[in-house]
Design a protein around this ligand. Structure first.
Ligand SMILES: C[S@@+](CC[C@H](N)C(=O)[O-])C[C@H]1O[C@@H](n2cnc3c(N)ncnc32)[C@H](O)[C@@H]1O
Length: 260
């Protein structure tokens, strides 16, 4: 069968979306069953931002002969391609002591929605995003690889995030625009994370002050750093303890603790 190499959990999630009348999809993670409601703009974000993965979604839809709307199926495949590996990679660094989380460049915040549901304790999340994107950057240090968005395509991450959090009734997930972080300098975070954003798409200096001010004394920072500039060096200069926890073709993921 064409789908014999496809992830069984992915197929089950696609089935769950079809069975929910396309309202949500569910994912089994250990003893937890996580449920994520779709929202149109969030599906558009995946389709437009993660455009390199469009063909994969089309292929899966064909192979499974699925009736699910293509952009919803693309959101599920994005979830399995990025969010599940992120959760597995971070699992051992998250504990019941992790009560306040900051996610810099959260995209549509699927990681945070997921984490919020697998926690057995109450936690609060702040997610930083930009109001508007005019192009999609790829980290190669070559501006030629930035994709300019077509005239009809609008990517408004803050607005999209807010809509998705409302659709999922996630009242403890707060959205912050990158232009208003000054109002949040009093906050304290146990976990600051940034997947493929801070120190990867833009300079580490951009949130350096914010992160050093708001990290709890025993908190940890996890971020993917570009291998094409001095981000890794800069990260090492901030913390006494730095550990490499993952690697990809154009970045390395580090964990930092104990600010210098
Ligand atoms: C590659 S995506 C990663 C999204 C999500 N963290 C993930 O891993 O799926 C990078 C994100 O960084 C956001 N971003 C770009 N510039 C930013 C800035 N100055 N401050 C915060 N976020 C930014 C983009 O809007 C985009 O959502």
């Amino acid at each position: 069968m064409a789908n014999k190499h496809m992830n069984k959990d992915l197929i089950e999630s696609i089935d769950s979306a079809e069975n929910s009348n396309e309202e949500f999809f569910s994912v089994n993670f250990g003893s937890n069953k996580v449920k994520i409601f779709f929202e149109e703009e969030a599906c558009d974000w995946v389709w437009n931002y993660k455009y390199l993965h469009q063909q994969r979604a089309i292929d899966i839809k064909t192979q499974l002969n699925s009736s699910l709307q293509l952009k919803k199926l693309a959101l599920i495949t994005y979830f399995f391609r990025f969010i599940i590996p992120d959760i597995s990679n971070l699992n051992e660094h998250i504990s019941t002591q992790t009560r306040s989380i900051l996610d810099i460049g959260a995209g549509i915040g699927l990681f945070d929605l997921f984490l919020n549901q697998i926690f057995n304790h109450k936690a609060s999340f702040d997610l930083i995003e930009v109001e508007k994107l005019n192009e999609i950057e790829h980290v190669t240090n070559n501006p030629e690889y930035s994709k300019k968005l077509d005239a009809g395509i609008k990517i408004k991450p803050v607005q999209t995030l807010k809509k998705l959090m409302i659709a999922n009734n996630a009242e403890n997930i707060n959205i912050i625009s990158n232009t208003s972080i000054d109002e949040y300098h009093h906050k304290k975070y146990d976990l600051i994370l940034s997947f493929r954003s801070w120190g990867f798409l833009y300079d580490l200096d951009l949130y350096k002050e914010f992160v050093t001010k708001t990290l709890n004394h025993d908190g940890i920072v996890i971020t993917n750093l570009s291998i094409y500039d001095d981000s890794i060096e800069k990260f090492y200069s901030l913390f006494t303890d730095v550990t490499l926890i993952d690697e990809a073709a154009n970045n390395k993921r580090f964990l930092g603790k104990n600010l210098k």
